[in-house]
Structures are given as structure tokens and as C-alpha cells.
Design a protein around this ligand. Structure first.
Ligand code: HEM
Length: 151
């Protein structure tokens, strides 16, 4: 894994994607709910503006994982709690990551090169793995508690 190099690449690519800032969230959630309707119930009662904020927060966390992994680590405990508290199922994180990648690719245009895709994939894999980890430890509930305390 080469997060610092990936960080430069994803940061530059996000700057190029900024031209589509207003479309990204609607496209992402349209694609996510179209493909995986079972995820919609987590976002019930949420309006367009709320979804945009949620999308921006998730993107910020992902960028932070790339650019400042230590800061990301500090927030992981509460991020995991937010999602576990809403009973998000473990396999949904990978679906979320995959649809995000497709959304970025859709708007990436000529700037979406194999290197850029590989850098995003690497960052997203890191984030998805980090979100999934406590679920894997859940067979031993003391391990989950230890993990939360350390985060
Ligand atoms: C890699 C994947 C994901 C990342 C990085 C991520 C990141 C975030 C972040 C940063 C927030 C804001 C937390 C806060 O304000 O305290 C959030 C909120 C939320 N996330 Fe995720 N998320 C991911 C996947 C998912 C999935 C798969 C679901 C459900 C299927 C989900 C459902 C939610 C909901 C419902 C909230 C709103 C919490 C609230 O403000 O009430 N997230 N997420």
C-alpha cells in the first residue's frame, strides 16, 4: 500500500472532479439505491440536501484516510459507532465503496486513467477494511470492546 502517493493522486483527481461537485451526490445515491435498494432504508426521511451533506462527509473521511491516516484513525471509533448504531450490515461498506468508485469514474472523463483508478481503489479498500474490521471481531465481543477503546 502506498497511501502518500495515492493521496497526491486522489487529491488531484478530486480537484478535477470539483466541476461536477453538484452532480456527484445525486448520481451516487441514484446508482447506490438503484443497484442495492435494501440500502435505501438507512437514508429514509433524508432529503436531497441531507444526502449531499452525508456524501460530502463520507468523501472528506475518505480523503482524510489518504492524506492524514493518523487523523482518520482517531475518528474511526466514532465513525464505526455511527454505522453500527444504525445496524449497517458489514457487506454494505464494500458496495458503498464500489458505487463511489463507479461514480467518480463516470465523471472522471479523460483524467480517469488506470493510475487514478488504482489510487482511488487502494484508498477505498483501506477505508472499507477499516469500517469492516469490528464486524469481523464481533464473534468475540471483548475484542470489539478492546478495539473501540483503542480507536
Ligand atoms: C466506506 C464507507 C462509508 C464511509 C466512509 C462513511 C462515512 C460516513 C460519515 C463521515 C458520516 C457522518 C458521520 C457523522 O456525522 O457523525 C456518515 C453518516 C452516515 N452513514 Fe456512512 N459511510 C460509509 C458507508 C455507509 C453505508 C454503507 C451506510 C448504509 C447503508 C451508511 C449510512 C450512514 C448514515 C445513515 C449516516 C447518517 C448518520 C446521521 O447523521 O444520522 N454509511 N457516514
Amino acid at each position: 500500500m502506498q497511501l502518500s502517493n495515492d493521496a497526491d493522486v486522489v487529491q488531484r483527481s478530486l480537484q478535477l472532479l470539483a466541476a461536477h461537485r453538484n452532480e456527484l451526490s445525486a448520481h451516487f445515491f441514484g446508482r447506490l439505491f438503484g443497484r442495492h435498494p435494501q440500502l435505501q432504508s438507512y437514508f429514509v426521511n433524508s432529503n436531497h440536501a441531507w444526502l449531499e451533506r452525508k456524501f460530502a462527509s463520507a468523501l472528506r473521511s475518505i480523503m482524510q484516510a489518504a492524506t492524514s491516516p493518523q487523523e482518520f484513525e482517531k475518528q474511526l471509533g466514532s465513525l464505526r459507532q455511527t454505522h453500527q448504531g444504525r445496524a449497517v450490515e458489514v457487506e454494505y461498506f464494500a458496495l458503498f465503496g464500489e458505487v463511489l468508485l463507479e461514480t467518480l469514474a463516470y465523471y472522471g472523463g479523460r483524467g480517469w486513467t488506470p493510475d487514478v483508478e488504482a489510487a482511488w481503489r487502494s484508498v477505498l479498500t483501506t477505508v472499507v477494511d477499516a469500517m469492516e474490521l469490528p464486524y469481523e471481531e464481533m464473534t468475540d465481543s471483548t475484542a470489539l470492546n478492546r478495539n473501540d477503546a483503542a480507536a
